[in-house]
Design a binder for this molecule. Structure first.
Ligand SMILES: Cc1cc2nc3c(=O)[nH]c(=O)nc-3n(C[C@H](O)[C@H](O)[C@H](O)COP(=O)(O)OP(=O)(O)OC[C@H]3O[C@@H](n4cnc5c(N)ncnc54)[C@H](O)[C@@H]3O)c2cc1C
Length: 386
């Protein structure tokens, strides 16, 4: 068997450690000022917060300065992402643009668009959504059928995208659209990426309510929506080469193993200084998993820093990460009786709320960003097994 991926250990440089303290101070001040609450009670979307993060220089951190970036390392970006997520800071207004859409525009967008859009993203002014999935093409993104047809000075779009997270807040979408039929030789041929302004006439956004009762994702309908030529991203019909990079940005970060983490934090808090042996052992096991995932995720950040596209390694982190975070609520629930009555606040609301939230979001974790089965297919290919 040939192993064609590896996770080299990566140590955070001193500047990343200093940055971590700076981010923690900033977050503490934001919590004290009432901007957000670490129990998620004030929501995950705040344009004002995103602007302040932008002013700190923590969006578009790795991008060139000429596009509003800060030319810092992927490891420094990793630290900022990790601290924001662990605190449940309201990053949704900028996180997709920072993680995914900005890097795609930087790499494949037209110069005019780079100069216009990237500095606005870096200032925390623009919210993006991702238009890949359609009613008949979820995992198989290359079966997308929403069409972009060439017209004078641009393209006319007709069709539907679905499960589009945050479309109702977004200023822009990066959409994968069909510009030609697939060829016999390459069924992935014929799709093109476009920048779509969400206020374009002909776009309708319909809410879809999720299991937690929240409005997070949407159906987006296109009816002769016009996109100018400058909004073409990369080569016509060749998006299959670009979308792979985009998914590598999406899959490896702490976002993929930290969503149910607050339930563990609350358990540790309630366990106190003198947990029972069984509780200490249970917590220790989960923390050991978490530490391993963290090292792997950090290793992927190191590969991005080295200019690689670690698509397979990112899939491994996402698969292991979602397994961990999906199983965590049940493990915390099983350990909870060990907290004991001696702890004064063992029925604490924060614990209950964190566990409730983790339980409700757990089912989606192995679907978003690529299902478990699809990721394992990618990993199998990376191992030379298919
Ligand atoms: C919370 C959340 C947020 C999302 N946000 C977005 C977003 O912002 N933008 C966007 O475009 N999409 C988004 N999605 C959609 C998500 O990426 C797709 O739902 C996902 O790719 C699965 O597609 P599907 O629901 O059509 O299921 P299907 O693709 O129909 O899959 C159904 C089942 O079949 C399995 N399966 C499919 N193909 C294979 C295969 N080749 N081998 C083995 N098993 C297979 C799958 O693993 C799954 O279990 C989001 C989803 C969730 C849950």
């Amino acid at each position: 068997m040939s192993f064609s991926f590896r996770f080299d250990p990566v140590e955070l440089p001193p500047e990343a450690k200093e940055l971590r303290q700076e981010v923690r101070t900033f977050l503490r001040e934001e919590i004290d000022a009432g901007t957000f609450s670490p129990d998620g009670g004030k929501g995950s979307f705040s344009r004002e917060f995103s602007r302040r993060v932008g002013a700190k220089g923590w969006i578009g951190m790795t991008w060139p300065k000429k596009y509003g970036g800060h030319e810092r390392s992927h490891l420094e970006r990793y630290v900022v992402t990790e601290e924001m997520l662990a605190a449940r800071a309201p990053t949704r207004a900028h996180s997709t643009a920072d993680r995914q859409s900005g890097p795609v525009i930087l790499r494949y967008g037209q110069e005019e668009i780079r100069q216009k859009i990237l500095p606005q993203i870096a200032r925390g002014e623009l919210c993006f959504c991702i238009g890949l999935s359609e009613p008949n093409s979820g995992s198989d993104v290359f079966a997308a059928s929403t069409r972009a047809t060439k017209t004078d000075g641009g393209w006319l779009v007709n069709g539907r995208k679905i499960w589009t997270s945050g479309a109702h807040h977004a200023d822009y979408m990066i959409a994968l659209l069909r510009t030609s039929p697939p060829t016999k030789e390459n069924r992935r041929h014929g799709l093109t990426q476009f920048l779509v302004h969400m206020k374009t006439p002909g776009i309708t956004i319909r809410p879809i309510i999720n299991l937690t009762g929240s409005h997070d994702f949407n159906e987006v309908v296109f009816d002769d929506a016009f996109l100018p030529d400058s909004h073409l991203i990369g080569e016509v019909d060749m998006a299959w080469k670009q979308a792979t990079d985009e998914l590598a940005y999406e899959r490896s970060g702490p976002d993929r193993w930290i969503e149910t983490f607050p339930a563990l934090v609350e358990l540790v808090r309630l366990a106190g200084e003198q947990p029972s042996e069984r509780l200490a052992e249970g917590i220790g096991r989960e923390v050991a998993h978490l530490a391993t995932l963290r090292r792997m995720s950090l290793s992927v950040a190191g590969m991005l820093q080295a200019g690689k596209t670690p698509a397979v390694e990112a899939a491994v982190v996402k698969d292991l990460g979602t397994n961990f975070e999906q199983a965590l609520p049940d493990k915390v629930r099983l350990l909870a009786p060990q907290i004991g009555d001696s702890q004064p606040d063992s029925n604490d609301d924060r614990f209950e709320e964190a566990l409730r939230y983790a339980t409700l979001i757990a089912p989606k974790l192995t679907i978003q960003g690529g299902t478990r089965e699809v990721l394992r297919g990618i990993i199998a290919r990376g191992l030379g097994l298919r």
